[in-house]
Ligand binder design. Structure first.
Ligand code: SF4
Length: 297
């Protein structure tokens, strides 16, 4: 059931019952831990304190985060460290490809920190990652990119390198941008997604939003409509969880049934793939979501 009005605030630190999950068997995450350490890679799973880390790593799945572990933005939902950016490592794309091969991944998701300091905003590094993955195996390649601030042609360069999925998250509704993503623009992100779809219609485009930052369901539905109008094929909706006291508090915890209702509305808008639920993140079960969409196409 959808709620028309702003739901009650939820500032308590205790999570609703539906967040209780069994712990994985001991040591199940160790192979991913060891490989990431050996190859000197970063993952958004760790840097963004993803609640699904134990589950995903136990299944030998991780999302690689390239271009360092320090972000040039100060988004108020994200725990990726904000500091002077790291040097770009020219061999990182090869190490990502090696990790994907050794983990036996069939679907590789690669994201990055924002690199507003780089002349190309990091687009060339994404291109090299895609090239290395294509050379290393028969992977489905999903990129989750930043907005290439002030240089949207970066999205063209990445799209031209031929990922299977081009993902860029709008993260929240336009009204909350100043508070949640102060250095970004909703219209800019929407335009980026539309630009990729117009340039390379065969590439699946994907975006995602967090629920629980103070938005209403009506605002979420409006964003979904606008994403669909921009040609976005796949969408994810998940619960915002506060990584630490430095980030914004959680305003509400919709029940799983409320996520289901939003998903039903999104499907009715014509998205090829919709994945919504408290634990959903844009890379959560990304392989399964893609396979479902590919089978429908
Ligand atoms: S949902 Fe994505 S970011 Fe979170 S642990 Fe899984 S692969 Fe990593």
């Amino acid at each position: 059931m959808l709620r028309a009005a702003q739901p009650p605030r939820a500032r308590s630190r205790s999570l609703p019952d539906w967040f209780k999950r069994p712990l994985p068997r001991g040591g199940a995450t160790r192979p991913v831990r060891a490989l990431v350490d050996e190859l000197g890679l970063h993952t958004v799973c760790e840097s963004a304190k993803c609640p699904n880390l134990n589950e995903c790593w136990s299944r030998r799945t991780a999302t690689f985060m390239v271009l360092g572990n320090h972000c040039t933005r100060r988004c108020m939902f994200c725990s990726v460290p904000k500091a002077k950016p790291d040097p770009v490592e020219a061999d990182e794309p090869q190490r990502v490809a090696e990790a994907a091969r050794r983990l036996g991944l069939r679907h590789v998701v690669v994201t990055s920190v924002d690199r507003d300091d780089l002349p190309d905003r990091g687009a060339g590094h994404f291109v090299r990652v895609i090239e290395e993955l294509r050379a290393a195996g028969d992977f489905v390649v999903e990129v989750l990119t930043p907005d290439f601030k002030g240089r949207p042609e970066g999205a063209d360069e990445v799209a031209d390198a031929g990922p299977d999925i081009f993902n860029h998250n709008v993260e929240t509704v336009p009204r909350l941008y100043r508070r949640v993503r102060p250095a970004a623009s909703f219209e800019g992100s929407l335009a980026l997604l539309q630009r990729v779809k117009c340039r390379r219609p065969k590439i699946l485009t994907k975006s995602g939003l967090m629920v629980g930052l103070g938005e209403t369901d009506d605002e979420i539905l409006d964003v979904l409509r606008r994403l669909r109008e921009a040609g976005v094929d796949m969408v994810t909706l998940g619960q915002y969880l506060r990584p630490s006291d430095r980030e914004l508090p959680v305003e509400r915890y919709p029940a799983p049934a409320e996520f289901d209702a939003l998903a039903a509305r999104a499907r009715a808008m014509g998205f090829l793939g919709v994945y919504a639920g408290p634990f959903v993140r844009s890379s959560y079960n990304a392989a399964e979501v893609y396979e479902h969409v590919a089978a429908r196409r």
